[in-house]
Ligand binder design. Sequence first.
Ligand SMILES: C[S@@+](CC[C@H](N)C(=O)[O-])C[C@H]1O[C@@H](n2cnc3c(N)ncnc32)[C@H](O)[C@@H]1O
Length: 149
Amino acid sequence: MFSPRTIGHARTPYAKTSDIPKGLGAQHNAEGVLEILPELEPGLTDIEGFSHLIVLWVFDRSEGFDLLGTPPSDNRPHGVFATRSPRRPNPIALTIVELLRRDGPRLHVRGVDMLDGTPLLDIKPYLSNVPPEKLRRGWLAEAEARKKE
Ligand SMILES: C[S@@+](CC[C@H](N)C(=O)[O-])C[C@H]1O[C@@H](n2cnc3c(N)ncnc32)[C@H](O)[C@@H]1O
């Protein structure tokens, strides 16, 4: 395997997990800054043309994992790989953010859902190629339908 390296840190309004919106219908509109290490700044060349980015980061304040867990968006348990739980065998997270602007090694973004100071692993342009009619939302769609009943 490989030893991941931190490429930078997220600056977000969230000091504690209870500050982060959760559950069905939670909106992630908070703005934040992805601060990339100065020596890696050339790797951001040409990123400005992309509206959205995939950010890979570490659940650095999560310990251990549960193979089954009940997420805030449902009252039924689901397998860890069918959820976005922070308690997973490899504590790796993924967030799609909107790129607002670049200021040197700092990317101003909207849509952060990680704690302030979270280590970043990677950034890639987001290019969705899944047609909406082919996308199935599994247990989440069922939980949403039950909530509306
Ligand atoms: C449900 S996870 C989803 C994260 C990411 N969007 C994903 O899909 O992998 C988001 C939750 O992780 C927790 N969290 C955020 N930053 C964290 C960190 N640095 N360490 C541990 N837990 C964190 C918070 O409870 C937050 O509400």
